[in-house]
Design a binder for this molecule. Structure first.
Ligand code: ATP
Ligand code: MN
Ligand code: MN
Length: 306
């Protein structure tokens, strides 16, 4: 069977013209993982990750001295020395320096060389930045909410989306929780996508008030889950599929099939250290993601969003 991204056909930093400085610097003291471990991760996932990164604005979390040092969240080119980093049309975010995009192997690996650990992307393509081509639900454990409840919440969310005529795709966040991603044919503007996403969460909290809340306030939510739809606001970002997280253990955000949900142990089920095994598994659980064509029309109607 064909592997997902066999290491033997992955590019090398050299072949991309990127020289990796301080390869042996420990960036995660909890595991001893080094900078070159992160660079190698991005080399191995590049083929799978680039379709999720290219063509949309990206924000990056740099940790120049490792994950225990300062984290720098960067949305603009600024002083970053990243080869082939694409500057976007400034009109995407008027009055701000241009947003940036990563659309090549060299830019991705050059970013890792520049100590970028995390890549976060917008829900809209750079070329039609006013129309999201995906909707995201963020599901996190919290006070009084255990992992099993998170799995159940993700399952219910996926099934509701399905009933609303929307195929959805599951990934680990690489941190504490899960992300449910709904690919969209870009048609509706941000405001409407956010309104529909809010109506979906409102519906969950109405039908299952013991499980779900609509408001994010911590008091309100003890033992219950706020499925965060606020990732669907204009310019909001979410950790991209295959991004490493700058947290102890270096979790990775990994696309999964819905069938795998029950076997996941946390949002950091896979890490930089265990990704090679994951990549050896045959098939791509998100194969259908790229050919899904759907809009919010039916869901909006069913939910009474005008
Ligand atoms: P977890 O599952 O652990 O909650 P996550 O990826 O779902 O991980 P967080 O890491 O909690 O979410 O990040 C919260 C959101 O804020 C993300 O969507 C991220 O893109 C965004 N974000 C993170 N850091 C910054 C920052 N410094 N400025 C603006 N947005 C940020
Ligand atoms: Mn989350
Ligand atoms: Mn969170």
């Amino acid at each position: 069977a064909k592997k997902r991204a066999a290491a033997d056909d992955a590019p090398t930093a050299e072949s991309l013209g990127v020289r990796v400085s301080n390869p042996d610097r420990v960036i995660d003291p909890s595991t001893g993982a080094t900078k070159v471990d992160v660079v190698n991760h991005y080399l191995h996932v590049a083929r799978l990750m680039l379709p999720h990164l290219a063509g949309r604005p990206v924000s990056m979390v740099r940790a120049p001295t490792g994950i225990t040092g300062p984290h720098v969240f960067q949305r603009h080119a600024e002083t970053l020395k990243i080869a082939e980093l694409k500057k976007l049309d400034p009109s995407i975010l008027p009055g701000k320096p241009p947003m940036v995009e990563i659309d090549s192997f060299t830019a991705l690996i050059s970013a890792a060389q520049a100590n970028v650990i995390e890549f976060h992307t917008w829900n809209s393509p750079s070329k039609a930045a006013d129309k999201p081509d995906r909707m995201i639900f963020d599901i996190d454990p919290g006070e009084g909410v255990g992992w099993k409840q998170i799995q159940e919440a993700a399952d219910i969310t996926g099934k509701l989306l399905d009933e609303l005529g929307l195929a959805s795709f599951l990934k680990t966040s690489g941190g504490k929780g899960l992300h449910v991603v709904v690919p969209l044919t870009p048609k509706d503007r941000w405001e409407r996508v956010k309104d529909v996403s809010e109506a979906i969460v409102a519906h969950l909290s109405r039908v299952f008030p013991d499980r779900f809340v609509l408001k994010s306030g911590p008091k309100n939510r003890i033992g219950r889950i706020f499925v965060d739809y606020l990732r669907n606001g204009f310019g909001a970002t979410t950790a991209a599929a295959y991004s490493v997280r700058a947290r102890p253990g270096l979790g990775v955000s990994v696309p999964c099939s819905w069938d795998e949900l029950g076997s996941l142990t946390s949002g950091a089920h896979w890490t930089v250290a265990t990704m090679p095994e994951r990549l050896d598994e045959p098939g791509d659980p998100w194969r259908a993601y790229w050919t899904t064509r759907q809009t919010l029309a039916k869901a909006a109607k069913a939910l009474g969003v005008g």
